[in-house]
Design a protein around this ligand. Structure first.
Ligand SMILES: [Zn+2]
Length: 150
């Protein structure tokens, strides 16, 4: 069973809850569905993946508005697939290499296998003549967070 991410009204993530708990929140009308699983319903509701609270909840904690970058997050976002060869990715490749000022950021990193990463080495994809199967993007909470099987 996968967890449902609960967002505050300002898009910060508060915590995850069970699907059953999420449906109770929908029934009580304290939250709306922000992201749903395609083609799945629970009663009258879309199957929730991410909920947004209707009223702001004050917390003593500071949460980032978008998921913080991590190598694991890049692998999750890209479904553990190498963008260059579609093999199993086990590393995050920097489009602009770190040695040349590339940053650990969502838009500068893609999932890659060790072999492609080594072939590309200290070059950009175009310098190396390597094609990306997709452009990196800033993931949603759901795409980057370790819920369910992760
Ligand atoms: Zn590869």
């Amino acid at each position: 069973m996968t967890g449902v991410i609960v967002l505050n009204t300002d898009n910060t993530a508060l915590h995850t809850v069970s699907v059953q708990h999420a449906v109770k929140m929908l029934v009580r009308q304290v939250a709306i569905v922000e992201e749903a699983r395609d083609g799945h319903q629970i009663g009258p509701y879309p199957w929730p993946l991410v909920l947004r609270l209707i009223r702001y909840v004050k917390t003593n904690f500071i949460y980032a508005r978008t998921p913080a970058w991590s190598k694991r997050g890049v692998l999750r976002r890209d479904r553990h697939l190498c963008t260059y060869c579609s093999g199993t990715a086990d590393t995050a490749d920097h489009l602009l290499p770190q040695s040349r000022g590339g940053t650990n950021s969502w838009l500068n990193t893609v999932a890659a296998c060790t072999r492609c990463n080594n072939v590309k080495a200290n070059r950009t994809p175009s310098e190396a003549g390597m094609r990306l199967a997709w452009r990196p993007w800033v993931p949603t909470w759901r795409e980057a967070m370790p819920t369910g099987r992760g």
